[in-house]
Design a protein around this ligand. Sequence first.
Ligand SMILES: Nc1nc2c(c(=O)[nH]1)N[C@H]1C(S)=C(S)[C@@H](COP(=O)(O)OP(=O)(O)OC[C@H]3O[C@@H](n4cnc5c(=O)[nH]c(N)nc54)[C@H](O)[C@@H]3O)O[C@H]1N2
Ligand SMILES: Nc1nc2c(c(=O)[nH]1)N[C@H]1C(S)=C(S)[C@@H](COP(=O)(O)OP(=O)(O)OC[C@H]3O[C@@H](n4cnc5c(=O)[nH]c(N)nc54)[C@H](O)[C@@H]3O)O[C@H]1N2
Ligand code: SF4
Ligand SMILES: [Mo]
Length: 742
Amino acid sequence: MNPSPDLDKLDQRVSTSSTSDTKGTTVNPVDTHCPYCALQCAMTLTPAATPGRPTDAISLPVSIAGRAFPTNRGGLCKKGWTAAELLDSADRIREPMRRRPDGSFAPVSWAEALDLVAEKLLAGRAEHGADSVGVFGGGGLTNEKAYQLGKFTRLALGSSRIDYNGRFCMSSAAAAGNRAFGLDRGLPFRVEDLDAADTILMLGSNVAQTMPPFIGHLDGARQAGGLIVVDPRRTATARLTDDGAGMHVQPAPGTDLVLLLGLTHLVLAERLADTDYLARRTTGLTQLRLSVAGWYPHRVQEHTGVPVWQLRELARRLAAGRGSYILTGRGVEQHVDGTDTATAAINLALVLGLVGTTHSGYGTLTGQGNGQGGREHGQKCDQLPGYRKITDPAARAHVAGVWGVDPAVIPGAGIPAVELLGALGRPGGIRTLLVHGANVVVSAPDADSVRRGLKNLDFLVVCDFFFSETAALADVVLPVTQWAEEEGTMTSLEGRVIRRRRAIDPPAGVRSELWIFQELARRLDAPGVYSAEPGEVFDELCRASAGGVADYSGLDYALLDTGEPAYWPYPVGSTGTPRLFLDRFAHDDGRARIVAVTPRAVPAPAQTQGALTLITGRLLEHYQSGAQTRRVPELSGAQPEARMQVHPATAVGLGVIDGGWVELTNERGVVRCRAQLSTDIRPDTVFLPFHFPADQRANLLTAAATDPISGMPEFKRTAVRVRAIAAPGRPATDHERVMADA
Ligand SMILES: Nc1nc2c(c(=O)[nH]1)N[C@H]1C(S)=C(S)[C@@H](COP(=O)(O)OP(=O)(O)OC[C@H]3O[C@@H](n4cnc5c(=O)[nH]c(N)nc54)[C@H](O)[C@@H]3O)O[C@H]1N2
Ligand SMILES: Nc1nc2c(c(=O)[nH]1)N[C@H]1C(S)=C(S)[C@@H](COP(=O)(O)OP(=O)(O)OC[C@H]3O[C@@H](n4cnc5c(=O)[nH]c(N)nc54)[C@H](O)[C@@H]3O)O[C@H]1N2
Ligand code: SF4
Ligand SMILES: [Mo]
């Protein structure tokens, strides 16, 4: 294999920092991290010397350079290095906007906007009760914003109805980690630990496109011939296994649970299990043996389509590896059985004795920029800061003490995201909604029913930088600061707490969310103190987390600013925890729990006559709902619209040609886009990216069915019918799409 592969092809760039502009004026570079994904690549921002739009070669408010850091080693992907375009985008909202009766938006002053929002919140609560006011947060918010949003909802609004888009992302893996290990930190080890591994099994993750600099950490395994990628598509990541670097396993979508049970069966049957480890460090082996007994290789092949020889080779490879890691991504987690599938991956890792050592392990690759911190500080419906349970009296007492309120004031558990969205605009449901950092009109399952729910609300407030498809439906839109304009902390996919730093001032009419919470809390006469200073909020967050699972109490900005690695748990007096579980797991008995899981009878969509299985996911150039990246010319130029990936053999049968238009339909919706023919996908499966708006929303087709344990929606397996259609005319412009959505 070629050891430092494909970097150009994957559009990764390592750049050098510059500290002066073209006129030679010295400017102060600021070290921070990327605004997008959880790899949190380190970058240096160099502000343009002239305030406002400069005329020299640095034509943006800041220039961006990759910075040396263990996760990205100076590299940035295309999204990272073009992120400065978001700061002075012509689409940026620069003052509060209020919807007029005719549907158009007009600018209003901050005082007017906040007075109106406070009035509507009070009126909604008085008329329909506190739980008629809902809050929807995001895994992109800093720790400080996520913490304050949870506190504001519980105290200032008195509502239990808060949840966030991380429910769409990390909830199944989190539930599996909690029940197996007693704690959920996506990677319980450092990303750089992977460098020394000789076998890495990646299930349902396309890191080459979703975290390009990460692939450098796969080089060791590739050189040892041990990278194994499980994906129904031959993705850029699957291609990294070519030329003897490993193996691509291509199961039918949604069959990973059976695949993992089959591998566990083989490991036990062929006596490849680490029996000493199982006896010392785990409970539950007996039930596991029973649950996998029937999953012999031929039966697994029948269910998954993975040949017996591949199953055997995979089991042996994992057991023989000097350092083996099992990693899961959204491809195996975003299913109605996602928690059980992640559990089965953990069980396989436990049977092999991989978890809680210095050289092997199990991990889930957290997705959003603060997808880890976002799930620790109280935006989850059942949770208080420090990853505490809102139903635990001791947790309530501790947090109430920090907040200076009676524990009885804190509402009980709320409802998870999909249920919350399902209650929008319904009698007895949510009548007023605040949205902070999510674009649910594009990203939520069964998106059109979510759009209808939003339209039926009495009042919708959206904080954003842009008129996202969700903001376009709001009554009031409040413009907020972006990453380069604010201070804060983020917790990366490794559980490492890092600093976000302000490099430039925000536009004059833009405010921080912390300031907005403070102003609204004052108007609502809320109990508790709401600082608008990120450092003060972080100190409070650390105190609130003390003694919790995700304990940050030994941290402060001064310590983080030294650049010393800070992995939680980081209680007072410790130096943090880069690797978890080395001595014990977080359950009371110190052991990991093997929870036996079995597949429920979920019929394969493709068994429905004439239907294909739709899987959804990501493209390199776009981030999530595309609200941000569709506004970056270099990115939207490269990927201007959705394309449905389909196998040529399937396309022939449907009369579909490469670049020709297709219509995907099911009982929920219709998507029209062009087709892209490719032998990289299974003939029974088609793929759509979910980044596009209007009638190209993949989520018009997905169902609001959820995993019973985690509340994770089924994004990755949907039955659709596909037919060729004539071109639906000129593609709509972005403006038309937003207006059509509104
Ligand atoms: N470019 C880009 N990068 C991103 C993001 C983005 O939007 N764009 N988002 C960030 C976020 S929030 C997240 S959560 C991560 C997600 O990162 P990934 O998990 O890598 O992303 P996905 O593309 O959703 O899914 C990964 C793969 O799962 C495969 N898959 C689908 N169904 C199945 C199945 O049933 N079994 C198996 N084994 N595989 C299946 C898909 O073919 C796809 O290649 O990316 C982060 N990084
Ligand atoms: N079909 C399908 N659907 C999916 C997925 C899939 O694989 N397939 N993946 C799911 C996953 S993993 C995820 S994480 C979700 C993500 O889905 P979304 O939540 O819709 O993700 P974003 O596009 O990141 O939306 C964030 C919005 O908040 C704004 N924003 C960014 N930062 C801030 C901030 O600090 N404050 C405020 N107020 N606003 C901010 C952005 O401009 C943007 O409009 O989508 C899910 N939906
Ligand atoms: S991989 Fe993620 S963190 Fe790194 S530059 Fe790309 S989007 Fe940013
Ligand atoms: Mo995500």
